[in-house]
Write a protein of this length. Structure first.
Length: 594
RNA sequence: GGGGGUGUAGCUCAGUUGGUUAGAGCGAUCGCCUGUCACGCGAUAGGUCGAGGGUUCGAGUCCCUUCACUCCCGCCA
């Protein structure tokens, strides 16, 4: 018999009454009645109430013991009387009458309570993460994460994928995020980079003939954190397939995600078959390439209305002449909303750095008119035209924003969320997935005006290769796609370019000479020259999937040992200084800014 | 790099227009209590009001600087 326990803390039931048991766990809570003491003993599995009275010689020792001390309890399982049954816990019909106990791990006064639903400052949670992780919600999140990963592994195997590991110490790549660098002792002055993703390796795996690859892969990017973005490291379900087209990847990933989300969440999936939205359409209708499709509001471009002579809204008209656009959001049947709702949106838009949002409500008595501060500037004809363009009806309201395209997209996208939240149009009990497709291969760098890759340089351009017009690179679309769920970007992927000549051609447009490509991507370009299969893949973010399933807004709530926003591990004190000998061995010297 | 928010007891927070000795709940310590499950009751200890400077007769409160945490922008193929 194990010397610590015969049962865990969630095991004992009515049928066990009368048996002698050993339980080990943490003291979750004590209720001391002076002559009678209740102890809630907790472990990973649950809670069991234990009880001892003054007759017992251990009573006074147990009475003094700190919460969160680890003890072993020896006692008898006894029935609880009907009125003392606790339905909140699985073991609530019984309790342990304590014979004796033993301290297995002492506990000092706690820096933060474990048994509490209170929220704590992250600083203290991260410093004492081992205490924080004992708390119910986050403990369950981490277990969920494990189960999700294990489920995904099984599904991938079932779908014919095999898991292969790829190197953690690899080479720095010029495109993309900032690399984490690791100095090489054996090669003074040279550095490894931690992989931003196993992108090149998974393509090499395809060239090596393995057909279907996946990996729950750690990825490292030295970029600033966000609520949904860990600094430093995160995990992707990295996958790649040979001899596939875009649709083949879509079919596999849709199946996988639908199964995973149905397995682990009770929320409704609005679409089993994910709608496909082109990048261009997404920016117009939603102002962003990661739209929340639970939100029914749609953005319309109505710039043309402001070129009409019977519209006299001069502020917008002037801006339109100077190259601005006007876009609007229609809210259904909001004619009776209070003035404060409309002004609130306008004020909010100003707080977001926009020049505000104009609005009016469509009304009809004898003729159609617009009611609101700027309503008088619109003729009935122009209103009819507007209604036709936007599907607005009498009783609806329209919010307008005017600006240069990028800024306009930003503010209308935010406004779409804001207005929908105000009107409670978003059903939080559902998941809305979509594909964003047809990303442009290239884009213009706003500052340098140079052409650069807009996403992944290894993506395959769309269309017949012989007919691609390289003279107009900004018009070339790529077989590049993203998955978005509830406004969160879950993954991006592509059909890859496996043709070396085409690769050189595309890199030359982005300003790389053949020699540079050979140097920087020698492994890849070399491999593509020795018989590469057409291939493609995608890499859904594991942390974000678990975040959605756990209904959390912050990625640290589903990460066991996260770093803080400044990329520091407060528990392990990383990063830390290293000594002179270590530096010397690596042929490094520090040049710190003062 | 930039913008917003927060910082008061071990933890979560209150603290009015600048005005006497900075408070509460939880936790800790001590005492009382035999059926609780957020047990109850009483007492005690516990404070560089993030730090530095300034204004003032007087600063937790106003001003300046700075630090930490957090959210956002930039960044993240």
């Amino acid at each position: 018999m194990n010397k610590y326990r015969t049962h865990n803390c969630n095991e004992l039931r009515k049928k066990d009454v009368g048996s002698k048991v050993l339980l080990s766990g943490w003291i979750n809570k004590k209720r001391d009645h002076g002559n009678l003491l209740f102890i809630d003993l907790r472990d990973n599995f649950g809670i069991t109430q234990c009880i001892i009275d003054k007759e017992n010689s251990s009573f006074s020792k147990l009475e003094k013991i700190q919460l969160e001390t680890v003890i072993r309890i020896e006692g008898n399982v006894v029935n609880r009387s009907t009125e003392t049954i606790n339905k909140e816990i699985d073991t609530g019909e019984v309790e342990i009458s304590i014979d004796n106990f033993k301290v297995l791990g002492t506990c000092q006064e706690l820096p933060m309570p474990v048994f509490s639903d209170q929220e704590y400052a992250e600083e203290i949670r991260l410093k004492y993460r081992f205490l924080d992780l004992r708390r119910k919600k986050i403990h369950e999140n981490i277990i969920l994460r494990s189960k999700v990963i294990s489920f995904i592994r099984n599904e991938m195997n079932r779908l014919g994928f095999l898991e292969y590991q790829t190197p953690i110490l690899t080479s720095s790549s010029p495109e993309g995020a900032r690399d984490f660098l690791v100095p090489s002792r054996l090669n003074p002055g040279k550095f490894y980079a931690l992989p931003q993703a196993p992108q090149q390796f998974k393509q090499l795996i395809m060239v090596s003939g393995f057909d279907k690859y996946f990996q729950i892969a750690p990825c490292f990017r030295d970029e600033d954190a966000r609520a949904d973005r860990s600094p430093g490291e995160f995990y992707q379900l990295d996958l790649e397939m040979s001899f596939v087209e875009q649709e083949d990847v879509f079919n596999i990933v849709e199946k996988l995600l639908v199964n995973t989300f149905k397995e682990f969440s009770k929320k409704e999936l609005i679409f089993d078959k994910f709608p496909k939205i082109s990048y261009k359409d997404a920016l117009l209708k939603y102002g962003t390439d990661k739209p929340d499709l639970r939100n029914p509001l749609i953005i319309n471009d109505v710039t043309e209305i402001f070129l009409r002579d019977d519209v006299s809204f001069d502020i917008f008209k002037k801006l339109v002449k100077l190259g601005s656009n006007v876009r609007c959001i229609v809210t259904k049947n909001t004619k009776n909303n209070p003035r404060s709702f409309f002004d609130g949106i306008d004020k909010w838009a100003k707080d977001q750095g926009a020049s505000g949002m104009a609005y009016f409500t469509l009304e009809k008595e004898k003729s159609i008119s617009a009611k609101g501060p700027v309503g008088k500037f619109f003729s009935e004809d122009s209103l009819k035209e507007l209604m036709k363009k936007t599907n607005a009806e009498v009783g609806d309201s329209i919010f307008f924003a005017c600006g240069k395209l990028k800024e306009l997209q930003r503010i209308t996208s935010l406004a779409r969320d804001k207005i929908a939240n105000e009107l409670k149009l978003i059903d939080d009990n559902s998941f809305a997935f979509c594909w964003i497709v047809d990303y442009p291969m290239f884009e213009e760098d706003e500052q340098t005006k140079k052409i650069k890759f807009s996403h992944n340089p290894f993506s395959m351009p769309q269309g017949d290769i012989d007919k691609i017009n390289f003279k107009k690179p900004l018009e070339i679309l790529a077989y590049q796609y993203d998955i978005v769920c509830n406004g969160i970007e879950l993954s991006s992927g592509a059909i890859r370019n496996h043709i070396p000549e085409l690769m050189y051609k595309l890199f030359s447009i982005a300003g790389y000479e053949k020699k540079q490509v050979d140097e920087k991507f020698s492994g890849m370009i070399n491999a593509l020259s020795y018989g590469a299969p057409p291939h493609g893949g995608i890499a859904p973010g594991i942390d974000r999937i678990v975040m959605l399933l756990a209904n959390e807004k912050n990625i640290r709530e589903v990460t066991m040992f996260p770093m803080n926003q400044n990329a520091q591990d407060l528990m392990m004190n990383a990063p830390s200084e290293i000594n002179e000998d270590q530096l010397k061995e690596l042929s490094l010297s520090l040049r710190l800014k003062k």
